[in-house]
Design a protein around this ligand. Structure first.
Ligand SMILES: Nc1ncnc2c1ncn2[C@@H]1O[C@H](COP(=O)(O)OP(=O)(O)O)[C@@H](O)[C@H]1O
Ligand SMILES: [Mg+2]
Length: 269
């Protein structure tokens, strides 16, 4: 029996889908059997992130409504035999997928895979609530290191607690080491302490994430800081003990500090 891991956040656009797809690729390359389920009904993205835009035939809603067998809807990214994607319907709403059908699909996937990643929609509204099935073994909450996002992260953690799901762990994304070392951005550890969640990983801001998407490449195929960071998180998710890099926690040197430009206000005439 595998593990069902929900990837969620309090705020939208923080990097959930990028993380879910990339963890799927990383764990599959570690020899694990993995299924990524796109839970963002109506706004799917996993097909694009996994290079499968033109391969979607059936989706989660078709399976839930028994329009096709589960196996027919699963698609495999090129060259990744142990990784499968169950795409979301593009023209549907979260309430179209009945909780009982979703539970059934997820437990079947859990039986056949080491890891099932469920990529949640933005925020803590109906879309996320519809995914909170009892079968969830772990939740990774993704956030960016700012107060606004952390406030929403706390609300998401409270929602999971009310549903009696295990306490989530935190992934802090889009850290800028220069700003952290200058004291203008909090460290991943400080973010985790603020919301009182265990830190499972930290990912730096990296333009390669956007470039990979635009060039239809898998992020995990490209050697960069973000893919390295996600590989580390994958190893931690698989139970290995991997130290965290603590981006920016070393104070910037004298020369770099001198190079920093102060924030200058716009002069209004
Ligand atoms: N570490 C990162 N560095 C730079 N850009 C990132 C990073 N993580 C995510 N992004 C970008 O942020 C945007 C939102 O990411 P996405 O994974 O779709 O978030 P979500 O699923 O939470 O809405 C995308 O354009 C993605 O390329
Ligand atoms: Mg998303």
């Amino acid at each position: 029996m595998g593990k069902l891991i929900l990837i969620a956040s309090g705020k939208g656009g923080v990097g959930k889908s990028t993380l879910a797809a990339s963890l799927g690729v990383a764990l599959a390359r570690m020899g694990k059997t993995v299924c990524v389920v796109d839970g963002d009904v109506g706004l799917r993205s996993q097909d694009a992130l996994l290079g499968l835009e033109n391969s979607v035939v059936y989706d989660l809603l078709d399976v839930a409504r028994k329009g096709c067998a589960l196996q027919q809807a699963l698609i495999t990214p090129y060259g990744a035999q142990t990784l499968k994607l169950l795409p979301a319907a593009q023209f549907a709403r979260s309430k179209d997928v009945r909780p009982k059908a979703l539970t059934h699909i997820l437990s079947e996937l859990k039986e056949k895979n080491d890891f099932v990643f469920l990529d949640a929609p933005a925020g803590i509204e109906r879309g996320l609530r519809a995914l909170l099935v009892n079968d969830i073994d772990e939740t990774l909450l993704v956030c960016t290191p700012d107060d606004m996002c952390l406030r929403d992260t706390s609300r998401a953690a409270s929602l999971l607690e009310r549903k009696e799901l295990p306490r989530p762990r935190l992934v802090v994304n889009r850290l800028m080491p220069d700003l952290v070392s200058a004291g203008e951005m909090m460290t991943a550890k400080a973010a985790a302490d603020t919301v009182e969640l265990e830190l499972v990983g930290e990912i730096p801001e990296d333009t390669t994430v956007c470039r990979a998407l635009v060039n239809h490449r898998l992020l995990m195929d490209i050697q960069c800081e973000a893919s390295e960071a996600i590989r580390r998180i994958a190893r931690r998710v698989a139970g290995e003990s991997v130290p965290l890099p603590a981006y920016g926690s070393r104070r910037a040197g004298w020369f770099r500090r001198r190079l920093r430009k102060p924030l200058r206000e716009v002069v209004r005439r």
